[in-house]
Design a protein around this ligand. Structure first.
Ligand SMILES: *Cc1c(COP(=O)(O)O)cnc(C)c1O
Length: 353
C-alpha cells in the first residue's frame, strides 16, 4: 500500500547509541522522546536497546500505547490537562508540571488511588513556553502546597521550541540555579536536572554543558541525527531513517506556467511559477493532508517538488527521465515531515530492519 513510510530501526539504533554514549561520557542520561513517531512500540524498543533510560511523550494516548506494549519508565512531557489526571496516575511514571493547581490535583488523585506520583517541575529558562519563569522560582516555592502523595524527582527546562531561544551555558545554568533554590527552600534533593532537548546537544559536543545537568530529553537527535541543530546534523549519524514512498499516477508533458488568469490555489494562496517552458510533470498520490511538501526532499535529486494540494504532489522531471506510471518515488523527511507522515492514517508504516 502507498503512500508508505519505511522506518529503519538499524539507523535509529545507530543514531541513538552514538548520542547516548556521548552523553554518558559526561554523566548525562537520555530520555527517548517518542512523540514524533506516535509512541510506535518497535521504535521505542529500539531506543531502549540503544540505552535510553526512559521513554517520554507529550500525549497520554502515546504513553498508553507504550504501556500496552509492556514498555516501562514512561514520562509525560506536556504539562497535564486537569481532565487527564486519572489517566496520568494510571499510566505515567514521571509527569512534567508547572502549576500548583496541577500538583494539588495529582496529589489528590494519587491519594484516591492509593499510590504515589513522580513529578518533574518545569522551569522556563527563557524560551517563554511552559514552566515557572526562572526569575520567579522563589515565589513559586513560597506557594508550595502541602502534598503527601507526590515525589518531586527533578526539574526540567525546554528551549528552542516557542521562541527559538538557543541553549547557551548562561541560559542552561539558570536551571542548575533553580535546583539549588529547591534544595535550600524545600530540602528537595532533585535526582534529575533535565537540561533540554536536541537543541542542547551542541553544548554536549562542544563540552560546554554546565555541571549539574544530568539528563536530556531527545527526539529529533535520535531520529534524524540533529538535522535542526544550527551547526547541522551530527557527524556520523543518519538523516534518512525514515523514507516516504509515493506512487506516480500521472506523467505528462505540460507547460510549467498556466496560460490563463489565476486566483488562489486550494489553500487560499496565490501561487507563483518558475517558467521552465514545457516539461515533464508527474503526479504522486500523496498530498498536504499527509505531509507538507516543504518537509520532503526527493531521494532522486533530479526530481523537483513543484507543489502539492491535499492529495496530489506535483513533481518536475528532467527531459531524459525514465519514470513510468506506477513507479515509486522516495523522499527523506525533516522532523515535522516525519511527524506529519506518522500521524496520517493514510500513510502505511513499514518497519525495515
Ligand atoms: C518534544 C519535546 C522534547 C524533544 O524535543 P526534540 O527537539 O525532538 O529533541 C523534549 N522536551 C519537551 C518538553 C518536549 O515537548
Amino acid at each position: 500500500m502507498y503512500p508508505c513510510l519505511k522506518i529503519s530501526l538499524n539507523k535509529i539504533y545507530e543514531n541513538t547509541k552514538m548520542i547516548v554514549d556521548k552523553c554518558q561520557e559526561i554523566n548525562i542520561n537520555v530520555w527517548g522522546v517518542t512523540k514524533v513517531f506516535c509512541g510506535h512500540p518497535e521504535i521505542a524498543k529500539t531506543l531502549q536497546a540503544a540505552g535510553v533510560v526512559a521513554l517520554a511523550d507529550s500525549r497520554i494516548q502515546n504513553i498508553i500505547r507504550l504501556k500496552e506494549a509492556n514498555l516501562n519508565n514512561l514520562v509525560l512531557l506536556r504539562i497535564p490537562m486537569l481532565s487527564e489526571i486519572d489517566a496520568i496516575i494510571k499510566y505515567v511514571d514521571i509527569c512534567a508540571v508547572s502549576e500548583i493547581t496541577t500538583l494539588q490535583a495529582l496529589d489528590k488523585a494519587a491519594k484516591f488511588f492509593n499510590t504515589r506520583q513522580q513529578v518533574m517541575i518545569m522551569i522556563d529558562v527563557g524560551d517563554l513556553r511552559e514552566g515557572v519563569y526562572y526569575d520567579s522560582v522563589a515565589q513559586f516555592i513560597s506557594a508550595w502546597p502541602d502534598t503527601n502523595n507526590l515525589d518531586i524527582v527533578g526539574i526540567g527546562a525546554n528551549l528552542t521550541c516557542y521562541s527559538g531561544v538557543l541553549p547557551t551555558i548562561k541560559i542552561t545554568e539558570r536551571l542548575v540555579q533553580a535546583a539549588k533554590l529547591f534544595k535550600q527552600a524545600l530540602g528537595l534533593n532533585l535526582e534529575i536536572i533535565s537540561g533540554g532537548n536536541t537543541s542542547s546537544l551542541g553544548l554536549v559536543w562542544r563540552k560546554q554543558m554546565p555541571p549539574g545537568i544530568n539528563n536530556l530529553r531527545l527526539g529529533e537527535g535520535l531520529i534524524l541525527g540533529g538535522l535542526t541543530l544550527p551547526e547541522g546534523p551530527i557527524a556520523g549519524t543518519h538523516q534518512d531513517s525514515f523514507i516516504l514512498q509515493a506512487e506516480i499516477v500521472e506523467l505528462k508533458c505540460k507547460p510549467s506556467v498556466p496560460s490563463d488568469e489565476i486566483g488562489c490555489d486550494a489553500f487560499g494562496n496565490i501561487p507563483v511559477f518558475e517558467d521552465l517552458g514545457w516539461h515533464y510533470r508527474a503526479i504522486a498520490a500523496i498530498g498536504r493532508q499527509d505531509v507538507f511538501p516543504e518537509r520532503m526532499t526527493p531521494v532522486d535529486s533530479t526530481l523537483k517538488i513543484l507543489g502539492a494540494s491535499s492529495d496530489h504532489l506535483l513533481l518536475g522531471l528532467p527531459d531524459n527521465h525514465a519514470y513510468r506510471i506506477g513507479d515509486i518515488v522516495e523522499f527523506t523527511l525533516d522532523y515535522v515531515g516525519v511527524l506529519n507522515a506518522m500521524t496520517s492514517q493514510y500513510v502505511a508504516k513499514v518497519i525495515d530492519k
